[in-house]
Design a protein around this ligand. Structure first.
Ligand code: FAD
Length: 680
C-alpha cells in the first residue's frame, strides 16, 4: 500500500467512525440543557459573535448558583421590551474578550456578577477576571459598561467580584454608566436593590443611546408548538435529556456528575433528628456506592427539588392551565437557550422546572399588567408594582407566592389571559438547594449525609402555609421510607409525587450533585481545631469529627491536636446527633471537647455559642497561638457576626491589644486560611 492508499484508508475509516458515532457526538454537544449555546457562531470572539447575530447590546453574567443569570436575563428581556434593542445575553465563560474594545459602535455592556467565597469570581468568570485584571491602561477606553452585583453583606468581601469588575475595567480606561448596583441577599432586598438600580440605568441608557421608549410588551423569545402525543423523547420532568427513556436505552449515565448532569441518588437511610412535634430536622443519607460521584469532607451537596402537589395544583388553577398539554418551544432568537428539556408537558414544567412558591417580585407584577384579566385588576397591579411600600404591606409581608398573590388580587378569578409562554420566560427556574455535607469522605466513602431543618411555618396575616420546597420533600421521603407517611401527629402541609417522572425517582431517589468547597480540616492532624456551629451549622463538623475518628482508628499512634466544638441548640429536643457525640468523645478522648449552649431551657438564662466562647477565652487564645484553625458554620445573619465580634474581644482581652490590632490578628487568620466560614 503506497502513501496515497494509506491516506484514502485513513479518510474512509474516519468517515465511518464519524457516521457511526454521529448521534453520540451530537448528543455530547447538545445534551447539556444548562449550557447556553455559544449562539449562531463558531467563534468565541465577543465582537464577532455580536455582529454575526446582529445584536446591538450585550448582557453578560457570571453566576455560581443561577441568581446572577436570572437577573441578567430579566434585564435583557426588559431592554428588548422597552427599547426594542437586540440583546445578546450570555454566560461570561462562553466568550473570549480580546476584541472587547472593538465592539460595534454604541454597544454597551451590562455585567451581572455574583460573588463567591472570599470576594471571588464565580468559576465560569475566572478567565474574564484574568483578562480584565491584566488589561493595560487605556486598552478598553472605547468600552462603556454597567455592573450589578449579587452579594451578601454579612460577608467581609461584600459584592467583591462586582466591585473588582468596576475597578479593573475603569483602570483599563472603560467608562461606567451610572453607578454600580449591589443586591444584598442578607437583608432579602436583592429584588428591590435591583429595581432601584435598574430604573436609574434604564433612564441613563435612554439618554446616552437616544432610545425611544415603548409601552412594555412581552416579546416571546420562543414560538410555542402544541403536540399531540407523548413519546420517549418527551420530558415528563427528567432532570436532563440524558434521563429520557430514549437516552437511557443507550446505557447507564456514568457521569461525570455536575450541576448540568446530576446523579440520581438513592436515599438509603433517613431519620428525624428532633424530638419535638412542632419542628423537624431530617438526616438523609444518599448512597453513592458504585458511582464515580466523589466528595471531600466539607463540600456541599446540591439537591434538586420538585414542587409539592398542592402548590402545583394551586398554580395550574390560578392560571387555568391544563397540565396534560404537551408543548415544544422553537427558538425565535438563537442566542436564547431553551430553559428545560423539551418537548414536555405543562404539568411537568410547573412541577419540576419552575420556582412557583417563593416570594413574588414587584417586577413580576409590573410585567403582568399587560395580561390583567380586567381593568380593575390592571389598576391594582399598576399601583402595587409602582409602590414599594404598598407592595411590601399588601403582598410581601403576607408571604404570598405567585398564585396566592394573583388570586388575592383577582378575588379568586382565574388569570387565563396570561400566556403560558410568558410564564415560562418570566418565572425563575427551580434551582438546586445546597447543604453542607455532614458525612466524612474517608469514613463514609459510599454515602453522602445531609442535615436539613424543615422550613415550615403558618403565616398569621394570610393564614397560609409557608413552606420550603426541598426540606419538606426530604421530610416526606423520610416519612414514606420509614412507613410513617399519613401517621404523623400534625398533618403535613404539603405532599409530593415521590416517584417522579416515569417512576425515575422511585425508591426514594433525588437528583444531586457535589459542589466543591474550600472548607477543609488542616492536613496536619496535630494542629488544634476550633469549630463553631450552632443548629444545622454543626453539619460539616460532624463530617470533620468523623474524619478524625476514622484517622485515629486507622492509626492509633497519631497524635491529634485539640478539637473544640462549640454547638448551640434550644434544648435537649433539638440537640442534633446527641448520642453520636458521646461515641466520638469516647474514641477521640482528650483531643475532643464539646461545648453546648442551650438557648431555651425554661428557668435558665439563654446561652449562645458566643457565651461559651467567652467562657473558654483563655484556652481559645492559647490554641490560636499554637496554630489553631477556626471554623464557623451556619447562620450568616446574626450568628457569624456575633462570633466574629466575640473572637475580636477574646484577642483584645487575652493579648491585651487595641481593637485595631485585634482586627489585624483576625485578618491574618483569615488570609492564612486559619479562619474559615461556611455560612448561609
Ligand atoms: P425554599 O423553598 O428555598 O424557601 C426558602 C425560605 O423561604 C423558606 O424558609 C420558606 O419557608 C420561605 N418561603 C417560601 N415561600 C415563601 C414566600 N412566598 N414568601 C416568603 N418566604 C417564603 N440548610 C440546612 O438545613 N442544613 C445545611 O447544612 C445547610 N447548608 C447550606 C450550605 C450552603 C452553602 C447554603 C447556601 C445553604 C445551606 N442551607 C442549609 C440552606 C439550604 O440551602 C436551604 O436554603 C434551606 O434548606 C431551605 O430550602 P427549601 O428548598 O426547603 O426552602
Amino acid at each position: 500500500m503506497n502513501s496515497t492508499d494509506l491516506i484514502v484508508v485513513v479518510v474512509l475509516v474516519a468517515l465511518f467512525l464519524l457516521y457511526k458515532y454521529l448521534e453520540t457526538i451530537k448528543e455530547l454537544i447538545f445534551s447539556n440543557d444548562d449550557a447556553i449555546s455559544a449562539v449562531n457562531s463558531s467563534s468565541r470572539d465577543i465582537a464577532h459573535v455580536l455582529t454575526e447575530n446582529n445584536k446591538n447590546y450585550l448582557v453578560l453574567f457570571g453566576s455560581q448558583t443561577g441568581t446572577a443569570e436570572d437577573y441578567a436575563k430579566k434585564f435583557a428581556k426588559e431592554l428588548t421590551a422597552k427599547f426594542d434593542l437586540n440583546v445578546l445575553c450570555g454566560d461570561l465563560e462562553l466568550y473570549d474578550y480580546g476584541s472587547l474594545n472593538e465592539l460595534p459602535e454604541n454597544v454597551i455592556v451590562s455585567i451581572f456578577m455574583s460573588t463567591y467565597g472570599e470576594g471571588d469570581f464565580p468559576d465560569g468568570a475566572v478567565k474574564f477576571e484574568n483578562f480584565i485584571s491584566t488589561a493595560s491602561e487605556s486598552s478598553l477606553e472605547n468600552l462603556r459598561f454597567t455592573v450589578f452585583g449579587l452579594g451578601n453583606s454579612t460577608y467581609e468581601f461584600y459584592n467583591g467580584a462586582a466591585r473588582k469588575v468596576q475597578k479593573y475595567l475603569q483602570a483599563a480606561g472603560a467608562s461606567l454608566l451610572g453607578s454600580i448596583g449591589e443586591g444584598d441577599d442578607a437583608t432579602g432586598s436583592t429584588d428591590e436593590d435591583y429595581l432601584t438600580w435598574k430604573e436609574l440605568i434604564m433612564g441613563e441608557l435612554k439618554n446616552v443611546l437616544s432610545l425611544d421608549e415603548q409601552e412594555q410588551k412581552f416579546k416571546p423569545s420562543f414560538q410555542l408548538e402544541i403536540l399531540d402525543t407523548i413519546d420517549s423523547n418527551t420530558s415528563l420532568g427528567e432532570p436532563t435529556k440524558n434521563y429520557l427513556p430514549s437516552a437511557l436505552l443507550k446505557g447507564e449515565i456514568n457521569g461525570p456528575f455536575s450541576i448540568s448532569e446530576p446523579y440520581l441518588g438513592h436515599i438509603s437511610n433517613s431519620r428525624e433528628l428532633f424530638k419535638s412535634d412542632d419542628r423537624n430536622c431530617i438526616h438523609s443519607e444518599f448512597d453513592i456506592s458504585n458511582t464515580n460521584l466523589t466528595y471531600s469532607t466539607g463540600d456541599h451537596l446540591g439537591i434538586w427539588p420538585s414542587n409539592a402537589n398542592e402548590k402545583v395544583e394551586q398554580f395550574l388553577v390560578a392560571f387555568n392551565l391544563n397540565p396534560e398539554t404537551i408543548f415544544n418551544m422553537r427558538q425565535l432568537d438563537p442566542t436564547i437557550k431553551v430553559p428545560f428539556p423539551l418537548p414536555t408537558t405543562i404539568g411537568a414544567a410547573v412541577r419540576y422546572y419552575m420556582e412557583i412558591t417563593g416570594p413574588v417580585s414587584r417586577q413580576f407584577f409590573g410585567h403582568l399588567i399587560q395580561f390583567a384579566p380586567n381593568n380593575d385588576i390592571k389598576e391594582k397591579l399598576t399601583i402595587l408594582s409602582n409602590d414599594k411600600n404598598k407592595f411590601q404591606t399588601e403582598i410581601t409581608s403576607k408571604f404570598f407566592n405567585i398564585a396566592d398573590a394573583i388570586l388575592y388580587l383577582s378575588g379568586g378569578i382565574k388569570w387565563e389571559t396570561v400566556p403560558w409562554g410568558f410564564l415560562i420566560e418570566t418565572i425563575p427556574h427551580l434551582l438546586p438547594r445546597y447543604y453542607s455535607i455532614s458525612s466524612s469522605s474517608s469514613l463514609d466513602k459510599d454515602s453522602i449525609h445531609v442535615t436539613s431543618v424543615v422550613e415550615n411555618s403558618i403565616e398569621p396575616k394570610s393564614n397560609t402555609n409557608v413552606v420550603g420546597v426541598t426540606t419538606n420533600l426530604l421530610r416526606n421521603i423520610q416519612l414514606a421510607e420509614n412507613k410513617m407517611l399519613g401517621s404523623e401527629s400534625n398533618p403535613l402541609p404539603v405532599h409530593y409525587d415521590l416517584n417522579g417522572p416515569r417512576d425515575l425517582f422511585r425508591d426514594y431517589k433525588l437528583p444531586i450533585h457535589v459542589r466543591k468547597s474550600t472548607f477543609r480540616l488542616p492536613t496536619n492532624p496535630s494542629a488544634p481545631v476550633i469549630m463553631i456551629g450552632p443548629g444545622t451549622g454543626v453539619a460539616p463538623f460532624r463530617g470533620f469529627v468523623r474524619d478524625r475518628v476514622n484517622l485515629l482508628e486507622s492509626d492509633r499512634s497519631i497524635k491529634l491536636g485539640k478539637h473544640l466544638l462549640f454547638y448551640g441548640c434550644r434544648n435537649e429536643d433539638d440537640y442534633l446527633y446527641r448520642e453520636e457525640w458521646i461515641q466520638y468523645a469516647t474514641i477521640l478522648g482528650e483531643s475532643f471537647e464539646m461545648n453546648v449552649a442551650f438557648s431555651r431551657v425554661p428557668g435558665t438564662p439563654k446561652i449562645y455559642v458566643q457565651d461559651k466562647l467567652r467562657e473558654q477565652s483563655k484556652l481559645i487564645w492559647q490554641l490560636i497561638q499554637d496554630g489553631a484553625f477556626l471554623y464557623v458554620c451556619g447562620d450568616a445573619g446574626r450568628m457569624a457576626k456575633d462570633v466574629h465580634k466575640t473572637l475580636l474581644d477574646i484577642v483584645m482581652k487575652e493579648k491585651g491589644v487595641s481593637e485595631d490590632d485585634a482586627i489585624e490578628v483576625i485578618k491574618m487568620l483569615k488570609t492564612s486560611n486559619r479562619y474559615q466560614e461556611d455560612i448561609w
